[in-house]
Design a protein. Sequence first.
Lengths: 358, 368
Amino acid sequence: MLTSPAAGVARLGADRPSARGAVRRRRLATLLVAAGLLLLAVAASLALGARPIPLATVLDALAHRVPGDVDHSVVLDQRLPRTVLALVVGAALGLAGTLMQGVTRNPLADPGLLGVNAGASVAVVLAIAVLGITAPAGFVWFAFAGAAAAATLVYGVGAIGREGATPVKLVLAGTALSAGLTSAVTLVLLTDTAATTSFRFWQVGSLAGRGTGDGATTLLAVAPFLLVGALLAMVCGRSLDLLSLGDDLARGLGQRLGLTRALVAVAVVLLAGGATALAGPIAFVGLVVPHTLRPFLGPSYRALLAGSVLVGPVLLLAADIVGRLVVRPGELEAGLVVALVGAPVMIAMVRRVKLAGL
Amino acid sequence: MSAGLLAPGAPGPGVDPASAPSSAPSSPPAAPAAVRRTGRRRTRRVLGALVMLLLVAVAASLTWGGLTDEVLAHLRALLGLPGGQVSFVVGTLRLPRVAMSVLAGVAFGLSGTLFQTVLRNPLASPDVLGISGGASLAAAWAILVLGVSGAAVSAAAFGGALAVAAAIYPLSWRGGVSGYRFVLVGVSLAFAVSSGLGYLLTRAAVDEVRAVLVWTVGSIGTPRWPAVGLLAGALVVLAPAVAVAAHRLRALELGDDLAGGLGVRPDAARLGVLAVGVALAAVATSQVGPIAFVAFVSGPIARRLVRGAGPALAASALVGAVVVVLAELVAQHGLGPLEVPVGIVTGLVGAPSLLWLLATLNRKGRGA
């Protein structure tokens, strides 16, 4: 939709063919490096852990499994599922974060800002406290429904009024609802010890044991939602580029602001809600991924979205691997490690580059 | 941020409002002066109304449940008047609680507004930048690992808040501090400390987790007088600094270049304002925990009420105090037999009110 004005803007920005080619080459190189990093991360995720397994054995296991071989079993039954889960969840969170920063034009925005994490948490804690569900696989649809309900409410409140869902209104409404829901969660936890016991482990966000058995069927059940979300995200890229010019200019170029924002919100709910349903609330991935990419890819959201699909999983896999290695033979949950791995990266990025506002 | 855009009275030639109305009956300067006068009158009215509201809230908190006579008798005893009688409920339970609520609300309201204004981002309150998170992590560590309580937890929390703040500044320094970089570094640290808190909470016994939860959501409970005195003393010491910060903020709002022209060094001024904000947040958080939402919401509400230029610091402080006193009243008496930490009420009640405020203001086309 609305392609011709956007093409006009692109041409305005880079009218010299050589400059345009350089930008394109730089983008391609960045995406290739990101893909290489992702491949490395996947290999490391399959090979490393409490029981280090040589890469040759890993490849062997992937090619033809020998039943009864312990190494093969570890690779295929434990590490492969959680690696796949990390790929899916990381990509979804990366995409959702980039979308949120684009639509709110706020560098602090992450999917949690739309109330996704808080909504999922409330639904899960109620499922535990009221319905007595304790198995993580039982939380999935509660988490998804809670995330969707919270995001709808935030968007609905933010969209009331003449100008529709402006960035500041979305941010305020999202933070308000998240704070309220977090208080509700704490209230339930303070009155119900059993709920505290199950909930605190769900809340940190983890990949361990959530991609196997029941987890695998859940993954398959949630996958279509994530796929639709990802497709929507890709469609929205061009519109986000126009939105970044400011509301008035974007409207003048023929953008329908309300429609774009609503589409982005739906995509974020599907992606972040799905990811939270699968792995619990994993913060920070959505925030940090676009920031690591901007210095290399520039401000274009089409490029950033493509990069997020690759870098999101790299970050999550790195966190998961570090979590497996630091307290061997125990583990730290990926949701805990991701901020510890990501924060230094983020700070280094923020310090290194000359920052352009959004 | 956007409220600043709505501000009337663009900084014209008359930067010093006090000297403006002395002469000049000519028509062009009269218009901005008149605007400024109506703005100031509105500010005074809003401040007056907030003070009244605060007094009513305080009186209601003290006398709730038909204790009016007891309160009056206690006040008479405090003032040394005849007919006074010291009351345990009023003197030891309610008075320190209300005093702590007012002081904490003022501190959080001021701190959040200073941060949001100087960093030019409505999200940039101390809770979002990891300063409250640092306090929570340190307090949780003190409770869970050291097994202490009371003043030791407060001291740890104070140290944690300062440590995070002290880390943000050098990490975001690169030949000057841009608000943007400061905010991003702060948010990164906030996520790092909150995962540290998650680690402690998943590795601790469930009963102890509850104590930490109460602390991290923010609770006033029944503070002792020395704690109240500590916070009051800190506020008195910081008051001149807040006044200076307000002055610097006004210059900074004109932009770095103009501020420099007025003899204000932008980086030093920003550092100063942030330091005051950190000190306020740290000392209040150390006593009552990071009461959810107050620092975040006081500034935006105050700005909407005052509708003038500038950060509306006095109004923010009063809004913060009103919010905390009312929330504590609800937390103590509003939920039947259940007494909950005040932070739960500020979240549960504060959030819907802000949503409502947004929705109603939006319908009039004046939304954020």
